[in-house]
Design a protein around this ligand. Structure first.
Ligand SMILES: NC(=O)c1ccc[n+]([C@@H]2O[C@H](COP(=O)([O-])OP(=O)(O)OC[C@H]3O[C@@H](n4cnc5c(N)ncnc54)[C@H](OP(=O)(O)O)[C@@H]3O)[C@@H](O)[C@H]2O)c1
Length: 212
């Protein structure tokens, strides 16, 4: 699996398995299947309520933890709430660390939330810190007032919503532009013309062969 190097030196697989809307009681089954199919990056979140099942699937897979990259996202606001929430996530996940933890969406107290993640990073509980759904001003505020730069901004990006301006800003700041809903939640695929266009792009650039 091809990886992308983050600004703190960590390698992140370029394709991941998203677990949004996977119910807690089917997470073990679905994530275990994804791991058998070759996925090595799993994307979960406190909001999804399925961090525990992701941890169980990893245990069941028999794969070394170092071979995997697991992202979660905090839905808390402020220092204490975030510290407590992240410790709770680690207990549910039942592993020593998360590879990447994102602030799931901006909430107004993000500098304090981010500071809790910086401390968790220093303590070895997480291996990288990132953002999600942050716009340019919001990312810049974090950069200007923190000591550790975010490694990614995970934002909605697909053929119908390409985020070119945000992409340029993130790239210029050495922050990876990570796409969520890369299939546009199914909408482009169900549209015949767009489906044709998507197939053409894949053929033209051979991206799938390159990154899998
Ligand atoms: N950070 C955030 O705020 C945020 C927000 C959203 C998602 N995410 C992450 O991104 C991951 C992926 O996002 P997503 O699942 O919302 O969207 P997605 O991957 O863009 O779309 C998934 C949907 O595409 C449709 N689909 C897939 N293959 C298809 C095919 N061959 N033909 C027709 N339709 C097909 C299915 O729709 P149907 O089920 O209708 O058939 C499927 O549910 C999530 O699991 C989560 O980890 C993060």
């Amino acid at each position: 699996m091809k990886t992308v190097k983050l600004n703190n030196g960590l390698e992140m697989p370029m394709i991941g398995f998203g677990t949004y809307q996977i119910t807690p009681n089917t997470t073990l089954l679905n994530v275990a299947k994804a791991l058998r199919l070759g996925y090595r990056m799993i994307d979960t979140a406190q909001y999804y309520g399925n961090e525990e099942g992701v941890g169980e699937a990893i245990k069941e897979s028999g794969l070394d933890r170092e071979q995997l990259f697991v992202t979660t996202k905090v839905q808390t606001s402020g220092y204490e709430e975030t510290k407590k929430g992240l410790d709770g996530s680690l207990l549910d996940f039942n592993q020593d660390y998360f590879d990447l933890v994102l602030i799931h969406w901006p909430m107004g107290n993000d500098l304090e939330t981010y500071r809790a993640l910086e401390d968790a990073y220093q303590e070895g509980k997480i291996r990288a810190i990132g953002l999600s759904n942050f716009n340019e001003l919001q990312v810049q505020e974090i950069i200007d007032h923190s000591s550790i730069k975010p490694v990614v901004d995970q934002i909605e990006t697909h053929i119908l919503w390409q985020q070119q301006r945000m992409h340029d800003y993130l790239t210029a700041n050495n922050i990876v532009h990570e796409s969520y809903a890369p299939l546009g939640e199914g909408n482009p695929i169900k549209n015949y013309q767009l489906k044709k266009q998507l197939c053409h792009i894949i053929k033209e650039y051979g991206r799938l062969q390159e990154i899998t």
